[in-house]
Write a new protein. Structure first.
Length: 109
């Protein structure tokens, strides 16, 4: 019978610890989005007439949509326009949420 050989393992060579990436600093907001813009009269009827950054305009429009329950019940990506929003949306009865931002930007100066 053959004698069993003892397994002799060499300890694995230790690799230097991988350097951790520096923690990324917080992203700075884009100045173009933070610049206050004046809404048109039609948009002002929905969000107010004061100059606001685009980010705040979007938040206020969504608050208006939620408050008046204007999101389509079957397809939540669509927004059903009431009389005030119909002017902002160019007379359309229903727009998608992606199309909404494009239409709202036309009412900002």
């Amino acid at each position: 019978m053959a004698a069993k050989k003892k397994a002799t393992k060499k300890p694995a060579a230790k690799k230097p610890a991988a350097k951790k990436k520096k923690v990324a600093a917080k992203r700075k907001p884009n100045a173009a989005f933070m610049k206050p813009m004046q809404p048109s009269a039609a948009l002002g009827a929905v969000i107010g007439n004061s100059a606001q950054p685009r980010t705040e305009v979007t938040k206020k429009i969504w608050a208006y949509i939620k408050k008046h329950d204007l999101q389509d019940s079957k397809n939540r990506r669509n927004i059903n326009a009431d009389e005030k929003l119909k002017e902002v949306f160019g007379g359309k009865k229903q727009v998608s949420m992606f199309e909404m931002t494009k239409l709202v930007n036309k009412h900002l100066k």
